[in-house]
Design a protein around this ligand. Structure first.
Ligand SMILES: Nc1ncnc2c1ncn2[C@@H]1O[C@H](COP(=O)(O)OP(=O)(O)O)[C@@H](O)[C@H]1O
Ligand SMILES: [Mg+2]
Length: 425
């Protein structure tokens, strides 16, 4: 409407319509446009005289309309009015090209009946479109929800299968990337559980075996005494000494196992106090000195600085005493053991060095495993249970510390323990 109005306004100016309103082409054009839009066009001059009414009713009359007067004053360019919803009225100023004076007004009155009916049809179509789209979306959603949830249902089934105890099977679920990831993670978890289960079973069977061995020996010794008649008292004595040794061994295994079980419990079992580690080490060394003396091993203690740290005293002394005891036990004749304590702002370090038999490289990965002993026959002679280092490792880990071993066969072994000075819960 606006563009039609402005092109008409241009035509009116260029044809000099306001001088001579009888220009034929202009009148035809006005009627044509009015016809197209099923409306009415009025051309009004600056004195409010109607120069042209396409209806032919008001020609020559004066118009009194607020909109037209406003438009002539230039206060408003165009006004849209919706009269009873069927017409749009619009006033457009006609401006002189050079002087920019408003020389008249063009009043357009176009019917919007068509537009209204079109909009009714369109809104009907829109409703139908909306409805069909909604139905389509619903159908698709229904269909695809099945497709999407299927892999998850399969996953659920697979997990259900696992919980029923079929742990040997792998979870294998086809589908989206994420489902694949979940089943991968699940398989990794499964593997860990299986490994844990295996090591638990191994542990149980090892424990049974280790506990049974001394008992079997005791039984063999006792049986052989019972079977023989007229056994000389010296033999009784000898066998009883052996039996006592076996009982001691059994006792040691049970003690170690109990320590290990205690260490397996959660960190809440930690009894943390602030103590001087130098004192703790000296106490441990004092207890072990007799064994060292018996084996003719020189026990050296080096402390670089006083260290006060938050630790579980019992667990840490157990850990360190196991290390020092090993260093004494797996040593050579007239050997030495050097224990040192050092610290920085974050950790304290205990180093246990010995001049002993060393640990073969291939065994170094296993020495912290429960019941592992490099040389079973020799370790038996030294009364080992194979639990000492796993106790030590557990105790150190409960302090969020670390333990490392460096060893060379026939040269010696060094264990280093690093523990945070402030306990990390
Ligand atoms: N300082 C060491 N020098 C040489 N071998 C060692 C040393 N400490 C540990 N081992 C080896 O590691 C094995 C495991 O040690 P441990 O767990 O304390 O058990 P054990 O009761 O046999 O001492 C020992 O049997 C020994 O073979
Ligand atoms: Mg040991």
């Amino acid at each position: 409407m606006q563009s039609q109005g402005s092109s008409l306004a241009n035509l009116l100016i260029s044809s000099g319509y306001f001088g001579d309103p009888s220009v034929e082409e202009v009148n035809t054009e006005l009627s044509r446009i009015a016809n197209i839009y099923d409306g009415r066009i009025l051309v009004i001059d600056s004195k409010l005289n109607i120069l042209k009414d396409t209806y032919g009713i008001e020609d020559g009359n004066t118009i009194i309309s607020e909109d037209v007067i406003k438009c002539l004053r230039g206060t408003s360019n165009s006004i849209y009015q919706n009269k009873q919803g069927n017409y749009i009225e619009m006033t457009l100023p006609i401006t002189h090209n050079n002087t920019k004076d408003i020389v008249g007004v063009i009043l357009l009155n176009f019917s919007i009946k068509n537009i209204n009916s079109i909009s009714v049809v369109l809104s009907q179509k829109a409703s139908i479109l909306f409805l069909t789209t909604a139905i389509l979306i619903f159908v698709y959603a229904f269909f695809y929800s099945g497709v999407f949830t299927k892999p998850f249902n399969n996953l659920k089934k697979a997990i259900g299968h696992l919980t029923e105890g079929y742990m040997d099977e792998e979870v294998k679920v086809e589908g989206f990337y994420e489902v694949g990831q979940i089943s991968n993670s699940l398989n990794q978890m499964l593997l860990r559980i299986k490994n844990l289960e295996r090591s638990r079973q191994e542990f149980v069977s090892n424990v049974s075996h280790e506990l049974k061995t001394p008992i079997t020996s005791i039984k063999v010794l006792a049986d052989s005494l019972i079977m023989q008649e007229n056994v000389p008292p010296e033999l009784y004595r000898e066998f009883l000494v052996d039996i006592t040794e076996e009982i001691e061994r059994e006792n040691k295994i049970i003690t170690d196992l109990l320590s290990l079980v205690k260490l397996d419990k959660t960190a809440s079992e930690m009894n943390i106090t602030s103590i001087k580690i130098n004192d703790l080490l000296e106490l441990v060394l004092k207890r072990l000195r007799p064994i060292a003396k018996k084996n003719n091993i020189e026990l050296i203690y080096e402390s670089f600085r006083p260290v006060i740290a938050e630790v579980d005293e019992v667990k840490l002394s157990l850990a360190l005493s196991n290390l020092i005891e090993n260093a004494i036990k797996y040593n050579v004749e007239d050997g030495w053991v050097r224990v040192s304590l050092n610290a920085d702002h974050k950790y304290f370090y205990v180093k246990v060095m010995d001049s002993g038999i060393g640990i073969p490289e291939e065994a170094q990965d296993f020495i912290f495993d429960r019941f592992f002993r490099v040389d079973k026959a020799r370790s038996r002679g030294t009364g080992g249970t194979g639990l000492g280092l796993s106790i030590t490792k557990n105790a150190v880990h409960m302090h969020k510390g670390a333990i490392k071993v460096f060893s060379k066969e026939n040269e010696g072994t060094t264990f280093t323990v690093r523990v945070p000075i402030n306990y990390i819960a």
